[in-house]
Design a protein around this ligand. Structure first.
Ligand code: HEC
Length: 452
């Protein structure tokens, strides 16, 4: 008798402990599904609806992220609900749809390993994502990322979509290390603009209530593993900025505020870089539309944000300008010249960073594009050399680029290489040694950049 009562009590406590938040959210989501009349267009057995206009959600089994994206953006005949539903309601309905179509009813879809291999994928992007994720899960993330960089050289689809694949490898790494974000972060690499780190951080915030985000953010990048080098620490706090925007569905002031509560000034600005970069991603790469861009003023919000946030905003701003002007770098240069006094050079560093990305790290093309910067050519070259060094996690192609660049820009170019190389090691002697690959005539410039 007593035993039974105890067992019942234990079961009740367990259920209250593990399921309450989720079931409250899915229950609220069911109401949103009904009131927004999703069922008028979609069949979903959990909602007893049988609409035929849109896909059958029981069959589609969409992920949480894809429901958020589709409901926020609309598209393909479905209206956007961004103005009609709050972000909380959009999350609720996404939890509901994802949970009720998944057997395990996990509201946030974790990476699920299976046995798909790279050799099974033939021009199928989703297949590549899964296959790379499987390598991260069954072998380790570093192996998956190494494979990714070798595929990028020969497979155009993998190359152009490498960032999202790296995100997926991050999701898989997060599962492999049992949701320990710091450990996952320490076992990755920076292939394709560090998408791996972004993916891990995205997962670290999945399903966490706002009241807990700031404290998680403060402790996330404090582990010993991460603090071995500035580079890793940078990836962690920069990834954190991306993660905050993804988490808050592009609430820029909120994300900046969380960054502002990190421990050091360096952490704070590096975090805001991730926030702005995420904000400036083109629409199709966004999880929800952002309010923090303007069609008329392509430098917005850099010309409006607080002084302390301007640096990283302008360092990223051409990523906003270029897609709007259809990658006409001449027009982008005109925009940069319109930047506020004191920020024109920073905008051209961003221009150089994007010249590197746009040319897929082609040293000769970067130098060509930088000519369009006119009197700001050296800032562009500097931005290009830093992006190349960072993307490659080494100086080989950046050195090539600096030697192709006009003589007058060269020492600044090597200085840029040094700023990144210096972040790969913590001790002065080790930072200095990183510059050995630089031609003797410019080694001093590299040392200065590396603070060695
Ligand atoms: C007016 C009809 C209509 C309404 C209302 C509607 N949808 Fe859709 N929905 C569509 C159509 C059509 C598509 C197919 C879009 C496509 O093929 O790109 C779609 C696609 C989707 C997808 C698939 C996205 C993917 O990953 O491919 C999801 C999930 C979805 N809708 C959820 C919802 C939810 C949740 C609601 C309510 C908030 C809703 N829809 C309301 C018509 C509608």
């Amino acid at each position: 008798m007593r035993k039974t009562a105890f067992a019942l009590l234990a079961a009740a406590v367990l259920m209250a402990g593990c399921g309450s938040g989720k079931s409250a959210r899915t229950a609220a989501g069911a109401k949103v599904f009904a009131s927004a009349d999703c069922g008028g267009c979609h069949a979903l057995s959990a909602a007893k609806s049988s609409g035929q206009t849109g896909p059958n959600l029981d069959q589609l089994k969409p992920s949480y992220d894809s429901v958020v994206r589709q409901v926020s953006n609309g598209g393909g005949g479905m209206p956007s609900f961004a103005g009609k539903l709050s972000t909380g309601q959009i999350r609720d309905v996404a939890s509901f749809v994802a949970a009720s179509t998944k057997n395990n009813s996990a509201a946030l879809t974790a990476f699920k390993p299976n046995h798909v291999k790279l050799s099974d994928c033939h021009s199928d992007y989703a297949c590549y994502k899964q296959a790379f994720g499987n390598i991260a899960y069954y072998e380790n993330p570093e192996a998956a990322l190494a494979k990714l960089s070798s595929y990028m050289k020969t497979n155009p689809m993998v190359n152009s979509g490498c960032h999202q694949i790296a995100h997926e490898i991050g999701h898989a790494g997060y599962v492999r290390y049992h949701d320990n974000a710091a450990q996952a972060l320490a076992n990755g690499s920076m292939t394709c603009w560090s998408g791996y780190y972004h993916g891990v951080i995205e997962r670290a915030f999945g399903g966490v209530p706002r009241s807990k985000v700031a404290s998680i953010a403060r402790s996330l990048c404090t582990g010993k593993e991460i603090n071995k080098t500035y580079f890793l620490l940078y990836q962690c706090v920069h990834g954190l900025g991306h993660g905050l925007m993804i988490y808050s569905l592009n609430d820029l002031p909120y994300s900046l505020k969380v960054c502002d509560h990190l421990a050091t000034a360096w952490d704070r600005t590096s975090c805001t870089g991730g926030v702005f970069m995420q904000n400036f991603l083109p629409g199709p790469m966004q999880i929800a539309p952002t309010k923090w861009v303007s069609k008329k003023d392509l430098l917005y919000p850099c010309d409006k944000v607080a002084a302390g946030d301007k640096l990283y905003c302008y360092l990223m701003v051409t990523s906003r300008v270029l897609p709007v002007v259809h990658y006409d770098f001449r027009k982008a240069a005109t925009w940069c010249r319109k930047a506020e006094t004191g920020w024109v050079g920073t905008c051209f560093q961003s221009f150089g960073r994007d010249a590197s990305g746009y040319s897929v790290q082609n040293p000769r093309k970067i130098v060509q594009l930088c000519r369009l910067a006119g009197s700001m050519e050296r800032e562009c070259i500097y931005g290009g050399s830093r992006d190349l060094t960072s993307n490659d996690a080494g100086p080989a192609r950046a050195i090539k680029m600096c030697l192709l660049a006009p003589a007058a820009t060269r020492s600044y170019c090597f200085n840029g290489i040094g700023t990144i190389l210096g972040s790969f090691a913590n001790e002065a002697a080790a930072r200095r040694a990183r510059c050995n690959a630089v031609p003797a005539a410019y080694r001093r410039d590299c040392y200065r950049g590396a603070r060695a």
